[in-house]
Design a protein around this ligand. Structure first.
Ligand code: PRP
Length: 178
């Protein structure tokens, strides 16, 4: 499976190191605020598990599952909620935890939806961001790494459901999908 990577961009240890830096920032920013970490299934499972355990503050977790309408591999920006949160967001400090922002369309929809539920604050943490691909500017407070505009897998990022469990993140070799 690891042999299907043409190039490793971020090793397991690089990801761990960056996550502890971000966790220290979040610890400081959310001290005594008991934030609610909202994970977006499926890709955010890895980052949520590692980020939450790197934090030293009290926090809670909840999950959403969404499905993008439209065909192919590109987000359409029209999003259907398959599983909603169990938590009332009114008055809560909410931090959305994502694996990747690509076009920005999914999060633009999601942030509008979550903002309408009267949270005390609403911010985004994403492990990866493809800045070149973004169609809409999304205000992201915490970013792990910027990615080139190539097909990248590992650490939650998949190709047809595969490779999420790779501990390194890298560029998928063309022979896998051509
Ligand atoms: C990924 C990611 C975001 C979305 C970002 O999810 O977790 O939710 O794409 O893309 P965008 O910025 O272009 O809208 P995906 O739809 O691949 O589902 P998954 O998490 O189950 O892999």
């Amino acid at each position: 499976m690891a042999g299907d990577l043409a190039e490793v961009l971020f090793s397991k240890s690089a990801i761990e190191a960056r996550l502890s830096e971000l966790a220290a920032e979040i610890d400081a920013d959310y001290r005594d605020l008991n934030p609610l970490l909202v994970g977006v299934l499926n890709g955010a499972v890895m980052v949520m598990a590692d980020l939450s355990r790197a934090l030293h503050i009290d926090c809670a977790m909840d999950w959403m599952a969404i499905s993008s309408y439209g065909m192919g591999t590109q987000s359409s920006g029209v999003v259907r909620i398959l599983k909603d949160l169990s938590t009332d967001l009114a008055g809560r400090h909410v931090l959305v935890v994502e694996d990747i922002i690509d076009t920005g369309l999914t999060l633009t929809y999601l942030m509008q939806n979550l903002a309408s539920r009267s949270p005390a604050s609403l911010e985004i943490m994403t492990m990866f961001r493809k800045s070149d691909a973004m169609k809409i500017e999304v205000d992201v407070k915490y970013v792990g790494f910027d990615l080139p505009n190539q097909f990248v897998v590992g650490y939650g990022l998949d190709f047809a459901g595969r490779y999420r469990n790779l501990t390194d993140v890298g560029i998928l070799a063309p022979h896998v999908y051509s």
